[in-house]
Design a protein around this ligand. Structure first.
Ligand SMILES: [Zn+2]
Length: 333
């Protein structure tokens, strides 16, 4: 059956370091044909077409209108997507839903801008993993690219994570969002890694709450918070009155937990580390500033965290000003 599968007709660039083939239990997948180094680009892809509309409002006619504008060879490629490996699609909106990505432009969208969904023939073939080995970072345009987040060996399946906040969600929560049961090692029940994974991700979520004063949905949790049990600590987070020294400790613990989970790729370090460096630079009490500098100069995230934890609970001369500044920023948002 797989010999005649329409995915065999999808055009993979001749220099691509991967091939498409059946992936046991997951339909089809993308597999490395040679070793790919951490940070290497795997695939750069232009969408076949884009539709500027909220996902739930996209109709058969929208997809058909976009399809009609394609040249014959592109139409043929689109039709290869009829069969997703387990069943034939009967509606174009289903083909679109299963093969499109929201394109998040780096340029901050205006409130009235419709979301943009691009149909990607090849990136849609990558399977999901909660501990992936590749990532599709945000771009400034409609072309997307995937990069290896760690070294990938020939024959290994290439995966990326379909959601952006899964580092803060436990297995059960992730599967509800995915609407399928992932079987990566963070999801395989009964193994120690999975139990630790749920612990780490719960901790990361709680630490993010303490740092930002809100949960993943930007909302405060109800008084019976399942994440921050200590009501005084929860209130301090929501008032943004967590001392700077504790913020540094929380930030560095998040880095270590993400690293331990296998999620701290170079893109994530680039996104998160400026906040650690900024926090370090804000201390006004000399002794705190010195310890923070020594902590950040340590080699590993665990060493940085252990050194910074000496600051835990220490007040700093800048604490009041920081709380006021964060409150003002939140009022403006
Ligand atoms: Zn998983």
């Amino acid at each position: 059956m797989s010999q005649n599968h329409p995915y065999r007709s999808l055009k993979v660039p001749s220099d691509a370091p991967f091939e498409l083939k059946p992936s046991p239990g997951k339909g089809w997948g993308v597999f490395a044909t040679r070793s790919i180094g951490r940070g290497d680009m795997i695939l750069r892809e232009k969408p076949l077409f884009v539709i500027r509309k909220p996902h739930e409002e996209i109709t058969e006619e929208d997809v058909y209108t976009a399809f009609k504008q394609l040249v014959p060879s592109e139409k043929q490629q689109f039709m290869c997507l009829r069969d997703n490996g387990s069943k034939l699609f009967t509606q174009m909106t289903h083909i679109h839903a299963e093969n499109s990505f929201a394109i998040t432009n780096g340029i901050k969208p205006q409130a009235n801008d419709p979301p943009i969904y691009g149909l990607f023939l090849l990136h849609s073939r990558f399977n999901h993993s909660c501990i992936p080995n590749s990532k599709v970072p945000t771009t400034d345009g409609e072309i997307i690219a995937s990069f290896a987040t760690r070294d990938i060996v020939a024959g290994e399946e290439i995966t990326f994570c379909y959601n952006t906040d899964f580092e803060c969600r436990v297995r059960h929560d992730r599967h509800q969002k995915l609407r399928f049961a992932c079987d990566c090692k963070a999801c395989l029940t009964g193994i120690p890694f999975q139990q630790l994974s749920d612990m780490r991700r719960t901790l990361v979520r709680g630490l993010q709450y303490l740092i930002h004063g809100v949960d993943l949905d930007e909302q405060r949790q109800s008084s019976a918070s399942p994440i921050i049990i200590d009501s005084r600590l929860k209130k301090a987070a929501e008032d943004f009155s967590i001392p700077l020294s504790n913020r540094l400790v929380y930030n560095l613990l998040v880095m270590f937990l993400l690293e331990d989970e296998g999620l701290l790729d170079d893109f994530m370090v680039k996104r998160l580390n400026p906040s650690n460096l900024r926090t370090m630079s804000l201390f006004r009490t000399e002794n705190n500033a010195r310890i923070a500098r020594v902590a950040m100069a340590q080699e590993t995230w665990l060493e940085k965290f252990c050194m910074a934890s000496r600051l835990y609970g220490q007040r700093d001369a800048v604490d009041h000003d920081i709380a006021v500044a964060i409150r003002m920023r939140h009022r403006r948002l």
